[in-house]
Design a protein around this ligand. Structure first.
Ligand code: ATP
Ligand code: RIB
Length: 305
């Protein structure tokens, strides 16, 4: 069985529920507080593993209790942690999150050790990357690390899935080596300059992003679903109807679920449906990794629709 290699961040999320996120200079009272494992890379690794893929995760943790807990969690999810590096000087990544009563989140990340994930760390994982079904990346790590990993995977003709979150400028030469660019609406707007307000603007943004060079684009549109396009096809796949309580990690669950489905041999459309089902289940529970469903739950959910 081929593996999904996920490269990226691991954080501990500190979450407060509040009626509305504070404006600059404002203090608001929240209600519940909880901590949960998070980080875009780790969430995607967990989503792919719980969706049935064999996963190797490449990340950097601090030498602290958060790092120890994260490592134990990866092992519990059956994730191969051979390339989980422990940084001697930086703390593990943390994220401060507010979730409002519409289930929307606002996040500030202190990357810590994630900032030190380097091209030489990626080089150490070359054998895993070379044999992978696909490589999945996000942007809570240095730009040079993303660029090195994309080029390495591309050199071995391994499909690269890039979730460009958080948004930042991306070198066009990098986008040309990407199999799938998978932004949300905000990131798609940042990269394309086209504000997404519905299906037709999503279509225009996807067309513009495709001209930058990736083989395929999937823009996730929150509760509306996803718009996907590639050579000779485009599709709008509506989201599954659920009661959302916290959307944190919805995008990560989509990306990880999609990657696992693709690695298992599903076609593009079925992989989108699978990722959407896993993401819909994710928004019905609180937290990041605490809300990511297992294969049996997603299969059952898909079967009931
Ligand atoms: P995050 O909130 O983690 O930052 P994101 O902005 O990266 O998420 P979204 O576009 O909000 O990603 O959501 C990703 C996918 O999750 C959507 O395409 C959809 O399939 C699913 N999803 C998100 N919100 C809902 C919802 N309220 N109901 C059903 N499915 C949802
Ligand atoms: O995408 C959600 C994730 O973003 C959270 O788990 C948080 O850690 C930040 O990385």
């Amino acid at each position: 069985m081929k593996v999904v290699v996920v490269i990226g961040s691991s954080n501990t999320d500190m979450v407060v529920s509040t009626d509305k996120a504070p404006l600059p200079g404002e203090t608001v009272l929240g209600s519940g507080f909880f901590m949960a494992p998070g980080g875009k890379g780790a969430n995607q690794a967990v989503a792919a593993a719980r969706s049935g893929a064999k996963v190797i995760f490449v990340t950097r943790l601090g030498r602290d209790v958060f790092g120890k807990t994260a490592l134990a969690n990866f092992e519990r999810d059956g994730i191969d942690a051979a390339y989980v590096f422990i940084d001697k000087s930086e703390p593990s990544g943390t994220a401060l999150i507010t979730v409002d009563k519409k289930a929307q989140n606002s996040i500030v990340v202190a990357p810590g050790a994630n900032r030190k994930l380097s091209p030489s760390d990626i080089k150490r994982a070359e054998a895993a990357i070379k044999n992978a079904a696909c490589v999945v990346l996000q942007q809570e790590m240095p730009e040079e690390t993303v660029e090195f990993a994309v080029s390495l995977a591309h050199a071995y003709k391994v499909p690269v899935i890039l979730n460009p979150a958080p948004a930042r400028k991306i070198n066009k030469a990098v986008l040309k080596k990407v199999y799938l660019l998978n932004p949300n609406e905000t990131e798609a707007f940042f990269l394309s300059g086209i504000k997404i307000a519905g299906k037709s603007s999503a279509k225009a943004a996807a067309a513009k992003l495709l001209r930058f060079g990736p083989e395929n684009v999937i823009i996730t549109l929150g509760s509306k679903g996803v718009f996907a396009a590639g050579k000779g096809f485009e599709m709008f796949v509506p989201a599954f109807k659920v009661k959302a309580v916290d959307t944190t990690a919805a995008g990560d669950t989509f990306t990880g679920g999609f990657a696992a489905a693709l690695a298992a041999g599903k076609d593009f459309y079925d992989s989108v449906r699978f990722g959407s089902a896993a993401a819909a289940l994710c928004v019905t529970k609180k937290g990041a990794q605490s809300s990511i469903p297992f294969l049996a739950e997603t299969v059952r959910f898909l079967g009931s629709r």
